[in-house]
Unconditional design. Structure first.
Length: 173
């Protein structure tokens, strides 16, 4: 049985404005310029560790791979330590952590595109951390399956979690 793309299509459509706003905020950085690239990574360092700490506390999430250590290594190569992350208050709703995970894992796709603009003289482990073969499709299918079994309330929670994660990155930018 094929699971309909119920949750993913709703996540995409409901969070598109927030996604666009975060993309615009981070798009102001010139990744080919060391100072601007460093500022870009520092802004991500305000958000990513906070989100990944939330994910680590949710055993119900599908498998995911952390990127905070890659981000810290890139910043160390640029002479900067990780800043203290921003507070991240995920809504206490079913599906919220899944929605936030959707945002951070989706950023891997954008990161690969952005990594192309980073000169070879600058570290790019964080932006270059692509999905393994099939990993993104597996996550999307897991979200749709969970959304189908959890219904509208679960999907609404996933949307709220995604919105909260986009807001976290927006504050960090």
């Amino acid at each position: 049985m094929t699971v309909p793309a119920f949750a993913i299509s709703r996540l995409r459509s409901h969070t598109a404005p927030a996604h666009d706003a975060v993309d615009a905020a981070f798009g102001a950085h010139d990744l080919s310029a060391p100072d601007s690239y460093r500022a870009f990574l520092l802004a991500h360092a305000l958000a990513l560790p906070a989100a990944e700490a939330v994910f680590a506390a949710h055993a119900d999430l599908p498998p995911w791979r952390e990127r905070t250590t890659l981000l810290a290594a890139d910043l160390a190569d640029l002479g900067r330590a990780m800043p203290a992350p921003l507070a991240f208050d995920l809504p206490a709703l079913p599906g919220a952590a899944w929605g936030a995970l959707y945002v951070t894992e989706g950023s891997r796709l954008g990161g690969i595109m952005l990594a192309r603009g980073v000169p070879a003289t600058l570290p790019s482990r964080y932006l270059g951390a692509r999905h393994r073969s099939g990993e993104w499709r597996t996550l999307l299918a897991a979200i749709d399956t969970a959304g189908e079994s959890g219904g509208d309330a679960w999907v609404a929670g996933a949307i709220a979690g995604a919105d909260a994660c986009f807001a976290l990155y927006g504050r960090a930018a």
